[in-house]
Design a protein around this ligand. Structure first.
Ligand SMILES: Nc1nc2c(ncn2[C@@H]2O[C@H](COP(=O)(O)OP(=O)(O)OP(=O)(O)O)[C@@H](O)[C@H]2O)c(=O)[nH]1
Ligand SMILES: [Mg+2]
Length: 462
């Protein structure tokens, strides 16, 4: 019979490298308290460590030399992050001191923690589910206020609750189907197909679809969008960049071909981070440098979430405009009529008519006119929900999204099977598929290699 292995005690520096006010070493596992007793000499000398109480004292190495004066705390299981015994040593924030302390802790019997191992232990102990563990990574890596808010909501279980509600809906349907399997000869019509279809639609399919939409919105909030300003030379692209930034960032001249390289800056439109890219005007040319610039512009265009296609309203539409427009019209875009100060109403109506199917926004980049309306239009294009900041309660990530898509397919097949009055055991198979995918999201059945991948994204010490 295999002897159960004793859980190893792990340790790592929890604060970032460099100089700080304090540096923290975190120790978790059954030997946390013995290690503390071995290294730490409390001021006033006493032997009992009360849980969750801070003690002042010194740390000494094996030859008795004082390494630092520190604060230490012992937190008894299970009221800890990992649900194991945890000790934290708060030393002065010198990287050398912190490293020396860690070396002593390791010499006293702990082993170095792997990336994300503390959080992984919290997950394995059942203290948090996988969505909360992922929320911890998101929180550590968040680059925007909106990203932080989403991560905190997920940490508080918003996504978990949604997934649980959907799972419950499926389990209710499965219960009915299983009765039908157990009593196949029963005359009573257990499988009331129409009612089950409605239940499936309301309690499962619609909520999954909603989560998939929120996933797209969440990506926008966490990472922002790339909005590329494109147009032939001299239409006012750099002027527009400057106007939106309220800053003279890019060179503006009346000479076509002024901008050679792509210029990228970030603005925030109603909380959405927008990476704004000014590009070289695209045209036929015989200048090698300009050619390189145009290549870059085309690459940026290919990656754009939204293209602002700029037209010079004063000059009207040229063949170059038409060619360029044809190359981007399949992408998400906004037609922007610039230099409206140089065009009369007839000309503007004429231009608007040309672009009627896509609609157009009128601005004067030089006079800073119409920029508010343009920002609103950009927001409408990139925001998925009506009001991003108020309504987004949770946002599934890429991993969740893939799983939700699988579950949705199974549910759609299930709906068809209800309609066709397929045998109950066939229905049960689809139901199990959907249920087990959803379990993967919260981590009930997630394969080990997927867990490895998730936790390896963490830093050491978290
Ligand atoms: N009257 C008027 N002139 C403008 C407006 N916007 C830009 N211009 C002028 O148009 C000229 C070209 O502007 P840029 O912003 O450099 O144009 P661009 O599209 O970046 O040009 P390239 O970098 O050469 O591709 C400059 O002389 C600007 O002052 C506008 O709204 N009204
Ligand atoms: Mg320019």
């Amino acid at each position: 019979m295999a002897v159960p292995q004793k859980t190893e005690t792990i340790a790592a520096v929890a604060t970032p490298p460099g100089i700080g006010g304090i540096g923290i070493i975190r120790i978790s596992g059954p030997d946390a308290l013995p290690i503390l007793r071995r290294l730490f000499y409390p001021h006033g000398g006493h032997s009992a460590f009360q849980s969750h109480k801070l003690y002042y004292g010194t740390v000494r190495n094996s030859s008795g030399r004082v390494l630092d004066e520190i604060l230490a705390v012992y937190m008894r299981a299970p009221a800890t992050y990992t649900r194991e015994d945890v000790v934290e040593l708060h030393s002065h924030g010198s990287w050398l001191v912190v490293q020396a302390l860690l070396a002593e802790v390791l010499a006293a019997g702990a082993r170095p923690a792997e990336a994300g191992e503390f959080t992984k232990r919290a997950f394995l102990a059942g203290r948090i589910d996988l969505t909360k563990a992922e929320a911890v990574i998101d929180l550590l890596q968040a680059k925007t206020d909106g990203g932080v808010r989403l991560a905190v909501q997920q940490l508080q279980g918003e996504l978990l609750d949604e997934i649980e509600a959907i799972r419950e809906g499926l389990v209710r349907i499965l219960a009915v189907v299983e009765v039908a399997i157990d009593f196949p000869d029963d005359d009573v019509e257990i499988l009331e197909g129409r009612q089950l279809t409605a239940q499936l639609q309301q309690q499962v399919i619609a909520p999954i679809r909603r989560l998939l939409r929120l996933a797209d919105q969440g990506r926008v909030i966490r990472e922002g969008v790339h909005v590329v300003i494109a147009g032939r030379p001299n239409v006012g692209k750099s002027s527009l960049l400057n106007g939106l930034l309220r800053e003279d960032r890019a060179l503006v001249t009346s000479i076509p071909g002024t901008t050679r390289d792509t210029i990228e800056e970030m603005i925030s439109i109603r909380g959405i981070p927008v990476h704004l890219v000014d590009t070289a005007g695209i045209r036929a040319h015989d200048d090698r440098v300009e050619e390189l610039g145009i290549e870059r512009a085309r690459r940026k265009l290919a990656e754009a979430d939204l293209v602002l296609f700029l037209v010079d309203a004063g000059a009207g539409i040229t063949d170059q405009d038409r060619m360029l427009y044809d190359s981007i019209r399949e992408q998400k875009h906004l037609v922007v009529l610039n230099k409206i100060d140089l065009a009369d109403e007839d000309r503007l109506s004429e231009l608007s008519a040309v672009f009627a199917p896509s609609g157009s926004v009128r601005i004067s980049a030089r006079r800073l006119e119409g920029l508010e309306e343009l920002q609103e239009a950009i927001y409408r294009e990139v925001a998925v929900a009506d009001d991003v900041n108020e309504q987004l309660s949770c946002a599934p990530n890429v991993r969740h999204k893939a799983i939700l898509a699988t579950a949705l397919e199974a549910c759609i097949r299930l709906g068809k099977a209800f309609e066709l009055e397929e045998p109950a055991d066939l229905l049960a198979v689809e139901l199990q598929t959907a249920l087990s995918s959803l379990s993967d999201i919260v981590g009930l059945t997630t394969p080990e290699d997927v867990l490895e991948m998730i936790f390896s994204e963490f830093c050491i010490g978290k």
